[in-house]
Design a binder for this molecule. Structure first.
Ligand code: UDP
Length: 328
């Protein structure tokens, strides 16, 4: 297929692109490089440097490359930042996303895979989370992702655009070529690895008074390649229908302290930590039931062991000590 990956120079987008190219798809990466990296654009993909709000450029990309489906990962994704600056999240995640949908309407592209999030559920009453559980986001990040999901629903009704909204839990890990490089870094696993490699003095645990087994937040970590494979499976349904799928490994998840212990084990290094205040907008526990995508699309995560996930990120970091900064 001919696929446009919006946000294909970002962490998850680059791995999605890598998997698509491996499978023989024709991929156009459309990315503003506002957070993505030129060096993360996978060889074999066509790169267009553009913003979703550059309508003429975006429509030309869709038309000239005869795009059949869009995978949309061009968004902001930080819970804490979204609480501080909701305007940015409404602008980038809703307003710019709608511009993409309008360009798709104009160019008659009627398939989209959307990168959504577990943050759409808010502070859930039960675990693991199923897609039919209530959505009540506790931060603007989850709220704006949910708003876009709702837009997809109505755009399907009115304009026949089929969608797959993939609610990611905590993506982590790397491939040989593609890894996680954010500036500033806010995600737990890369922060721990930066501390292990001496790039930061210590790691702060955001609260140890949550109602969990050790007082720290529980998350469901999923290897980025398993996440990427789900996008490719999801493309198959879009001829006929739309769906929302959770993507996580399920089980008990891992507390922040358990992730710290695993990172110390993988790296063989002591990681200095201190307990700080809670980060606003953080739910205590987020664990996925991914039964629906397993049942309907035959997806199953191949790398479920947290040590293996962290080891892949550690390997990438050692091979790319400055992330993509050295690559042009
Ligand atoms: N976390 C932490 N210290 C950090 C970064 C994250 O204690 O420096 C915690 C955070 O509160 C959350 C978990 O680690 O409970 C995962 O956070 P991350 O930002 O990686 O992903 P999120 O769950 O926000 O998508």
């Amino acid at each position: 297929m001919k696929i446009l990956v919006a946000g294909g120079a970002g962490y998850i987008g680059s791995v999605v692109t890598e998997e698509l190219v491996k499978d023989g798809h024709n991929v156009v990466v459309y990315d503003s490089l506002y957070k993505g990296h030129r060096g993360a654009v996978v060889r074999g993909a066509t790169f267009i440097h553009g913003d979703l709000l550059e309508r003429a450029k975006l429509s030309a990309a869709l038309r000239e490359h005869n795009i059949e489906a869009v995978i949309h990962l061009a968004a902001d994704s930080l819970v804490g930042e979204s609480v501080q600056n909701p305007a940015k999240y409404y602008h980038n995640n809703v307003f710019a996303g709608l511009a993409l949908l309008d360009a798709m309407r104009e160019c008659k592209v009627r398939r989209i895979v959307f990168s959504s999030t577990a943050a759409t559920y808010g502070e859930p009453e039960k675990q693991p989370l199923e897609e039919r559980d209530p959505t009540a986001p506790t931060n603007p990040y989850g709220e704006t992702k949910l708003a876009f999901e709702r837009a997809l629903h109505w755009y399907e009704e009115a304009y026949g655009i089929h969608y797959a909204a993939l609610r990611y839990f905590n993506a982590a890990g790397a491939t040989t070529h593609c890894g996680e490089h954010h500036n500033p870094e806010t995600h737990l696993i890369p922060i721990l690895l930066q501390a292990a490699s001496g790039q930061r003095p210590q790691v702060e645990i955001y609260g140890d008074d949550y109602p969990t087994r050790d007082g720290t937040c529980v998350r469901d970590y999923i290897h980025v390649v398993d996440l990427a494979r789900a996008h490719i499976l999801a493309l198959d349904i879009l001829n006929a229908r739309s769906a929302i799928y959770n993507l996580g490994c399920g089980g008990e998840g891992y507390t922040v302290k358990e992730v710290i212990a695993a990172a110390q084990h993988v790296t063989g290094r002591e990681i200095p930590v201190r307990v700080g205040a809670r980060r606003s907008g953080d739910p205590a526990v987020l664990i996925a039931s991914s039964d629906k995508i397993k049942r309907e699309l035959g997806w199953s995560p191949q790398k479920q062991d947290l040590h293996e996930i962290i080891a892949s990120a550690w390997q990438w970091m050692q091979q790319h000590p400055h992330g993509y900064a050295d690559e042009k």
